[in-house]
Design a protein around this ligand. Sequence first.
Ligand code: ATP
Length: 388
Amino acid sequence: MSSIRLEGVVKKFYPDRPLFFRKSSLSSAIFALDHVYLEIKDGETMGVIGPTGCGKTTLLKVIAGLEKIEKGKVYFGNKDVTRLRPRERGIGMVFQTYALYPHMVTRENLAFPFRLRRWPEHMIDEKIEFTANTLGVGFRELLGRMPRTLSQGQKQRVALGRCIIRNPSVFLLDEPLSSLDAKLRIKTRMEIKKILRKFSVTTVYVTHDQSEAVALSHRIAIMREGKIEQVGTFEEVYNHPVNLFVAGFVGDPSMNLLQLTLAEKRGELIMGEPVYNLKIKVPKEWERKLREKEMVGKDLVFGIRPEHIELGKNKSSNGTFTFRAKVEDREVTINNKAHLFLRIGHHRLLATLENYRYLPAPGEEADFTFSVNKGKVFNKENGLALIS
Ligand code: ATP
């Protein structure tokens, strides 16, 4: 087992460069990884999320040694592995397309790397026995079956088995569940979680599915355009996003973001905009920070999560903001939450309600309330969090 550390890693691609031109000033580079610093602790599972094309797969390939880098270093523990070839790194990889050898039954798929190294039969049997036990109920029945007779979920388990059997010191998983249906995906992710926790293998888990990253990972890294924007537990990145991008990306549905201006009136700070007479009083505890950052008179973005908006007025408590909005549409989810799509002037907001007694219909107007201090504030100019 070992930790993984990336220090200032740069990986560029030249998509419009013909293959035979190694260097050409005509082609423009894509920074698939742009000075990436990331540490994954020994035994930790790090989920990596981000929009398509942000560099997630490239990050995995660089850790695996499948892509050469222009700059920076990759360490496993204290060992510099930057120049080591993939098979010298002791990694196990599972991809979305888990290429099993189609002409071999599961047992042979698992045994293959050991046969290549001419291991004695009884030792291979022990390895297979151990892997079958680890992968739990039902795996043993798959040992005699050809890949074409297996379901997607079963193939995925065999691919995992093939990875585990080699006892890797680092586990790299790239969207391993994306070809499974929703039910099987949840079941399989729980199985993967059990295995990861049992072996405490240092793991990097790339996924499009945030809930998968949350379920499996100790911490999550959020990437954008080749850069790591924030690393933390889900609680940290969800409740304390460092910038607008993370605030908007983490969470489903995503945070409501209102573009407002900070003004001072009779000694009080107000976030608002004149057109629709929106005026949100800034909580006392935020004032000092906003003044220190010289934000008075400047544009900012106020973020409030849909689940923090309640239906109805709440005059009793201080520090709340009540507004009247038109319900444009509504959706009730299968777990009995209601999403209300609201409009105040040109602003669109989403409110997610639980335990509601009634729901306003599309076209109706209704009052809504949120506690202002549950919101976040960002500098509109650079996107950085001011209050988070
Ligand atoms: P997705 O979520 O869609 O799988 P990703 O976050 O995994 O995307 P990468 O596959 O790492 O993204 O790609 C990062 C960037 O590098 C993209 O702009 C992609 O087009 C580019 N890229 C990746 N591989 C190559 C390649 N072999 N040649 C040229 N450009 C590449």
